[in-house]
Ligand binder design. Structure first.
Ligand code: G6P
Length: 369
């Protein structure tokens, strides 16, 4: 096992550090910068069916559901098809409206999650076209779907998902770009800008990993907090959910992720000087709005840990701690802002002497209801 961990203390930390390569492996061969082309056989073979969808329904569980939420923003932004993101367990038992004009995208790292598999079967019965995004080759979901695209994250051992999440977002971005290209919704130069930025992501993720020592220091200050709040807007809202989930899963600290503006409708009642609030406040996307949310938190004396774009000065004045990350396109931001939150949960869990790779009560793959 020590050999498999490749010198890291835990699989989770190894997998966090594998993300630059995992993301690269996921887009390798699919992005052709010079030609401004995206190659994905599963999409190309079904492109008419996919682009004529009246609606896209994404079904998934856990972290994969969070990747689905990111995809909702990307798809609606780029291809202007309405998207719904569903917990597979709710969808399958709700008597959902599904028509043959719908496209269902199932996202699953393991490809074996029972509820997701059942949701797929239901969607197929109702005549929808079902596309899978899986990591495990030949898995049940990969076989059950009409077509699909694999993430190439490699085996993920840590129960808390890390590289599976970022590679899911990578594949879903490529799918959106491919469909947008076919629908003529992106100019050649816009597409090239996206492709070039995607190719810059692994190096930027590498840069994010360098904040490790600073995040470890922050972790040592807040490791005993009984509660955490995570806030973000737009593309960073699912990142806030995912950050909170990671902390819950491995450190057993109660954490909630919320859209920053929604905090007024409840969570703000919990905010006092004892509440650490992690705010994702990167430059692109609702920055000014997030600044005013930070002011509201600050006036209630919470401790603010902010993830900001490199060089930011405004948030720094208000936050107790800032974690700098490189700038990227708004649509690719989750690939960057997720990284420090993974590290934060990891270090807090280690400091609390939790079983990072195999947290209590959790399974890597939930094959029963
Ligand atoms: C379990 C795992 C999570 C994962 C979820 C969905 O709860 O612990 O990490 O996100 O299942 O799994 P899937 O394999 O379908 O992505």
């Amino acid at each position: 096992e020590q050999i498999e961990k490749n010198g890291y203390d835990h699989f989770m930390l190894k997998e966090i550090h594998e993300q630059p390569d995992a993301i690269k492996d996921t887009y390798r061969g699919r992005l052709l910068l010079n030609d401004g082309i995206i190659k994905m056989a599963g999409i190309e073979d079904n492109i008419e069916r996919l682009t004529s969808a009246q609606r896209i329904i994404i079904v998934a569980c856990g972290t994969s559901w969070h990747a689905g939420l990111v995809a909702e923003y990307i798809f609606e932004d780029l291809i202007r098809i309405p998207v719904e993101v569903e917990y597979a367990s709710e969808f399958r038992y709700r008597n959902p409206v599904i028509t043959p004009n719908d496209v269902v995208i199932a996202i699953s790292q393991s490809g074996e999650t029972a509820d997701t598999l059942a949701a797929i079967k239901l969607a197929k019965e109702k005549g929808a076209f079902v596309f899978g995004v899986c990591n495990v080759v030949g898995s049940s979901i990969a076989r059950e779907t009409h077509a699909g695209a694999y993430t190439h994250a490699g085996p993920e051992i840590g129960v808390a998902s890390t590289k599976a999440f970022t590679t899911q977002i990578t594949v879903l971005s490529l799918i959106a770009l491919k469909l947008a290209q076919f629908k003529g919704m992106l100019s050649a130069s816009q597409l090239r800008e996206y492709i070039a930025e995607m190719e810059a992501i692994p190096a930027k993720v590498e840069e994010c990993l360098k904040v490790d020592a600073h995040v470890k220091y922050i972790s040592s200050m807040y490791k005993d907090s009984p509660n955490f709040l995570y806030l973000g807007r737009g593309y960073n809202f699912p990142v806030a959910l995912e950050g909170a989930l990671k902390l819950k899963e491995i450190s057993y600290i109660h954490a909630e992720g919320y859209p920053a503006a929604e905090m007024k409708h409840g969570p703000i009642a919990l905010i006092d000087e004892h509440m650490p609030v992690v705010v994702i406040a990167t430059k692109r996307g609702h920055y000014e709005k997030v600044l005013s949310n930070i002011q509201e938190i600050k006036s209630r004396k919470a401790k603010i840990i902010a993830v900001v774009t490199k060089g930011d000065t405004e948030v720094r004045e208000m936050a107790d701690h800032v974690i700098e990350v490189p700038e990227t396109l708004e649509g690719l931001t989750p690939l960057i802002t997720t990284i420090p939150l993974q590290l934060l949960s990891y270090h807090i869990a280690v400091m609390r002497e939790c079983n990072v790779d195999q947290p209590r009560n959790l399974a890597k793959s939930v094959t029963v209801e």
